[in-house]
Design a protein. Structure first.
Length: 320
């Protein structure tokens, strides 16, 4: 948000609650935030104060006057964060599923940042809310993350990500049997659902992802995904685009099939990172093994245990 007020027009055909519409329109703000804004008269519908339960009609005009945000608490919190590698400039850590990367409005539980501040007491960055982060993973995505321990390293690593010099590989379980393919399709904010991204031909940013299947079982494929760009939800959107969504994906998935399969979460794992150390100039290659919930689900679906184990036992890659 760049202004204190914003005007919206509800374009949906079906009725939707006012508080639901606002939280869908501004995903970074919580429903509690908008409940307070509505109760204090800071949200007008067709020029009038309304209740949070108001059902919006097609073409209703909504004016939001944003309330000041309360300061976020980023005090250090003791947390078990496995460290794959560490030197004076950077660290590679393992993010467990269900762990949010950084604080945000409405985030009540400790985040990865809280744990990093406890683990690396001298962590510094230009961003006081995201010290050390040069990239991020969604809450339900597990895997490897690269952390900058000082401002100069943060600048250099951020530049490396921006210039596509960091090779990222993910492991995803997708619906149906997928053949090796590369998807080149621009990604932008979904035109009607602000919580989602989508393929947007006219205004989207270029996005390319290579997919290589490594195992098959019971109408599912275990796939290595290598994004060449770094768009929000890129792998998830591209897999939905080719009709092979990730098992357990709540935004882009096959909801009926997922209900039958009962996956523990979205089955997406940041498997490995490869980059040149910004100071030593050495090639760095690290990999994080599959978490227990992902591995157990694969075994339940009939995947070969030896195949699963071999995915994170590659030569010259550190594992945890």
């Amino acid at each position: 948000m760049t202004t204190d007020k914003e005007s919206l027009i509800y374009e949906g055909e079906q009725e939707v609650r006012l508080d639901r519409f606002l939280t869908d329109s501004f995903p970074s703000l919580s429903r509690n935030y908008f409940e307070k804004a509505i109760s204090t008269g800071s949200v007008l519908v067709n020029g009038k104060p309304s209740k949070k339960s108001l059902k919006l009609q097609h073409r209703d005009a909504v004016l939001v006057e944003f309330l000041p945000l309360e300061p976020l608490d980023i005090s250090p919190v003791p947390m078990d964060i496995p460290v794959l590698y560490e030197d004076e400039d950077l660290a590679l850590v393992y993010k467990s599923p269900q762990l949010v990367c950084h604080p945000g409005v409405g985030t009540l539980e400790p985040t990865l940042i809280h744990g990093l501040l406890h683990r690396f007491q001298d962590l510094k960055s230009d961003d006081p809310i995201r010290p050390g982060l040069v990239h991020r993973l969604d809450k339900d995505t597990s895997g490897i993350m690269l952390i900058a321990k000082n401002m100069h390293t943060h600048e250099l690593l951020s530049s490396a990500f921006k210039n596509r010099l960091v090779k990222k590989t993910y492991l995803a379980l997708v619906h149906r049997n997928l053949s090796a393919t590369t998807v080149d399709a621009p990604i932008g904010r979904h035109p009607t659902d602000r919580k989602k991204m989508g393929i947007v031909e006219t205004a989207g940013k270029d996005a390319t992802t290579a997919f290589v299947p490594v195992a098959f079982s019971k109408n599912c494929s275990l796939v290595l995904a290598s994004p060449k760009t770094g768009r929000t939800h890129q792998i998830r959107v591209h897999l939905q685009h080719i009709n092979h969504p990730i098992v357990g994906d709540p935004l882009y998935g096959f909801f009926g099939s997922d209900k039958l399969l009962n996956p523990p979460r979205i089955l997406l794992h940041a498997l490995s990172l490869e980059f040149i150390h910004p100071h030593t100039k050495k090639l760095m290659q690290f990999e994080a093994h599959l978490p227990k919930d992902f591995e157990e689900f694969l075994l339940k679906r009939g995947f070969d245990p030896d195949q699963i184990a071999s995915l994170t036992q590659k030569q010259n890659l550190a594992t945890i």
